[in-house]
Design a protein around this ligand. Sequence first.
Ligand SMILES: N[C@@H](CCC(=O)N[C@@H](CS)C(=O)NCC(=O)O)C(=O)O
Length: 171
Amino acid sequence: MGARRRSCGADPYAGVLARNPGGRIPLLEIEGGVHLPESNAILAYLADGTHLLPGDRLPRAQVLQWLFFEQYSHEPNIAVARYIIRYLGRPQTHEAALQAKIAPGYAALAVMETHLSGRAFFVGGRYTIADIALYAYTHVAHEGGFDLGRFPAVTGWLERVGRQPGHVAMP
Ligand SMILES: N[C@@H](CCC(=O)N[C@@H](CS)C(=O)NCC(=O)O)C(=O)O
């Protein structure tokens, strides 16, 4: 694994590089041999034309706002801290990297807490792919050492997302 690459526990398998030169998962295989990487691009593709991705300009842009937040401010801190602890076993060699994730990870959770105070979901009072994208690593943030008990609006929102029809909990 190169210095700029990271893994969440699943090694890239052989055929992935042919389908996605970035070598990362998730990767959506679309009919016609087209492959789409990037989790949030996949969400937008699958949700297009459904209630999970608003069609109107502003709410759609607000959904995108939270998808970009997830990729830039949330996932690189919260998911990577979890990866270091859960999958690498918190080796001493990664302790400085882990410590560097704590403040920005908590800052991301604080942004979510502020936004969700008085709101049921991230955009327009409705469940959208913004909620799906942010739920993924937030609901396991404690595995990266983050104390979700400090964020009552976030924990209430996690419960609401978990109760959505069709929600499937990860094993
Ligand atoms: N921005 C990408 C990140 C994807 C990513 O980092 N995937 C990890 C697994 S969670 C991976 O494939 N790592 C293997 C590697 O980097 O070699 C997304 O949201 O889909």
